[in-house]
Design a protein around this ligand. Structure first.
Ligand SMILES: Nc1ncnc2c1ncn2[C@@H]1O[C@H](COP(=O)(O)OP(=O)(O)OP(=O)(O)O)[C@@H](O)[C@H]1O
Ligand SMILES: [Mg+2]
Length: 242
């Protein structure tokens, strides 16, 4: 009845540093995200949200616990296997964008497609459509340094969502966007998830979290609350504010 699980995280801990400098970024997190499901992750600064996304995408390894993407046990993959998983199956919008400054908007978006072996012409057509989806048509040949923060963010989003990604990880993708563009980005993300991807979205904005099927609240590296549906979020957020 329910959709197959795409992302499974079990007993995840992540300790940064050693000795007196030890930081427990995550202290035992269990999380599963199904195909077609968008889960919002909320919580105060430093609660472990970005760490959780890095681990989900195989960009970082947990101190203990296991991460599974589809049938792949990420910890059991070698470096090459992990790179392949990230390149082919995971779309990642980083909190700090990571656009390549020497490449134009369209080149930034075509890059992952060409790395996957798409022809230049096919990659360009797909990337053009992805940029149009986030309202960046007409700005394809602009370099990141000549874009506003919001424009750069939209290119990063187009790049992350392009191609058949199975797992979409977005770390505050709407942070630098005005509310209209932010809504447009959420609509694209939601559509990709509805088409079968699993999505994990970090946001501070309750309006954006409302696009999710479920909200997970982190505090000090632990899941402290979870809503079964986005509708419950308002109640929890109201409760927290009081
Ligand atoms: N590479 C690192 N080395 C040492 N400590 C780190 C490292 N990365 C994260 N941390 C620490 O781990 C904790 C969780 O960080 P994380 O970036 O996951 O928080 P966050 O919830 O994403 O915060 P924000 O909302 O500010 O982005 C913080 O205390 C942070 O200082
Ligand atoms: Mg963060």
């Amino acid at each position: 009845m329910s959709s197959p699980v795409m992302l499974t995280m079990r007993g995840i801990t992540r300790v940064h540093g050693h000795g007196a400098a030890e930081v427990h970024a995550l202290r035992g997190v269990d999380l599963a995200v199904a195909m077609g499901e968008l889960v919002a992750v909320m919580g105060p600064s430093g609660s472990g949200k970005s760490t959780l996304l890095h681990l989900a995408g195989g960009l970082d390894s947990p101190t203990s616990g296991t991460v599974q993407v589809g049938r792949d046990d990420v910890g059991a993959l070698d470096a090459k296997g992990r790179a392949r998983l990230r390149r082919k199956h995971v779309g990642y919008v980083f909190q700090d964008l990571n656009l390549i400054p020497a490449l134009t908007a369209i080149e930034n978006v075509t890059l992952p497609l060409e790395l996957d072996g798409a022809s230049a012409r096919k990659a360009r057509a797909t990337a053009t459509a992805a940029l149009a989806e986030v309202g960046m048509d007409g700005l394809e040949d602009r370099f990141p340094d000549d874009m506003s923060g919001g424009q750069a963010q939209r290119v990063a989003i187009a790049r992350a969502l392009v191609g058949p990604r199975r797992l979409l990880l977005a770390d505050e993708p709407t942070g630098a966007l005005d509310s209209v563009t932010g809504e447009a980005v959420m609509r694209v993300l939601r559509a990709r998830v509805d088409a079968g991807a699993a999505g994990l979205l970090v946001t501070h904005d309750a309006r954006h979290a409302a696009w999710a099927d479920r909200i997970v609240f982190l505090r000090d590296g632990r899941v402290v609350d979870e809503t079964g549906s986005a509708a419950g979020a308002e109640t929890l957020l109201d409760g927290a504010a009081r």
